[in-house]
Design a protein around this ligand. Sequence first.
Ligand SMILES: NC(=O)c1ccc[n+]([C@@H]2O[C@H](COP(=O)([O-])OP(=O)(O)OC[C@H]3O[C@@H](n4cnc5c(N)ncnc54)[C@H](O)[C@@H]3O)[C@@H](O)[C@H]2O)c1
Length: 440
Amino acid sequence: MNISIIGSGYVGLVTGVCLAHIGHNVICVDIDEEKIKKLRKALVPIYEPGLGELIKKYIKKKTLSFTTSIKEATKKTDVIFIAVGTPSKKNGDADLTYVENVARQIAESMTSYKLIIEKSTVPADTGNKIRRTVELNVNKKHRKGTKSQIEFDVASNPEFLREGSAVDDFMNPDRVVIGVESKKAEKILREIYKPLKPKMVVTDINSAEIIKHASNSFLATKISFANALSQVCNHVGADILKVVEGMGYDKRIGKSFLNAGIGYGGSCFPKDVDAFIRLSEKNGYDFALLKSVRDINKEQKQSFIKLIEEKLWIVKNKTIGVLGLAFKPNTDDMRSAPSIDIIQQLQKEGAKIKAFDPKASTTAKEVFKKITYAKDVYGAVKDCDCLLLLTEWDEFKDIDFEKLRRLMNQPIIFDGRNLYHDKNLEKMGFEYYGIGRGKV
Ligand SMILES: NC(=O)c1ccc[n+]([C@@H]2O[C@H](COP(=O)([O-])OP(=O)(O)OC[C@H]3O[C@@H](n4cnc5c(N)ncnc54)[C@H](O)[C@@H]3O)[C@@H](O)[C@H]2O)c1
């Protein structure tokens, strides 16, 4: 099938490349000329395991190409995925400016049937808004009143991939959700995903849109639940790791996402929880549960900062080593990373920051102006008054703690991810603080 993807970011690029991998001819579009120039040379603008090899392979096979022209993509393909960003507005609403813009451009270039699919995460009713935008913007010669004379369908196909394992997630989905209004749209979407033999959930567009917001909000709720529990554990002297282990074996609860830490971040959970709260509010429901999820997430970072302030005593002029900046391991994505609030607050109080992240140093440089970037773990901790572990990269697990202790000014570790919970660091001469381990 001939498919185009508008927006070649974390989701659009992975979707495009994976659709080429399962046999489709794909055109990836982006407004960012530099990005498209690089992609044409198979230079991947993001860090995502496995993606680079596939891009090279399908460019060579000529089933994957890149352009900045929505017009060209619309002309050459009948199936168009919209995968542009839907960031938060100040009031928490999803900003759908990019989606509207793309829908308008597709409409202006349409001369034959198109299936326009929302891949971006959008609030319920966006499908209806896209349909209307297309009707109103289709070229005048193909329009009668407010009706397009060219047949088209709008569908929703939310994406559930996770950064860091995006290719694998796309190729092995737990389910594929499609929100459709016509048999034709359903048939095309089933055909697209057929090689993956996925569990398909077929529904109306509004329900598909809600499935995505509800899924992310539920996962955020699990994280905030674990974080709230970690606070109780601290106060009563219990161990969060044992508590969630004991809970997680229950199949009705499950272990995943029941981890206490420094809160969720990234480009999805914070904005999607906000957008879902706003969507509910606008439709007359006060989603108080999700408001608490959001508050707990903020408080969790504050309580980590408070712990550092308390144990370090004086923050001013202290040198703090940081391991991990990205919002989670295996990505270079810094969007809404918990490290941002934590580091900026400590800097405000006069701390000097030295940091190391295996992949996110370049993206982090756009966020933090005044930190020193180390080349490795030991460079980050040398002469530091304490160490913060903020992202649980695998390579941070097994480090030489003896060397670490020798290099640090003061052997104090604040482990924001409980990565070193089993390392007996106290016995090795460290002062060690995890999250919710009952010691505060
Ligand atoms: N990142 C994730 O893990 C993830 C997972 C599931 C769903 N989503 C959703 O997918 C959507 C995209 O997220 P992302 O992380 O890929 O965003 P992103 O910012 O990485 O990519 C968006 C891309 O769209 C491009 N763009 C903007 N306007 C354009 C236009 N008019 N024409 C062509 N390209 C244009 C931008 O240049 C950018 O490259 C969001 O709605 C997000 O919530 C993201």
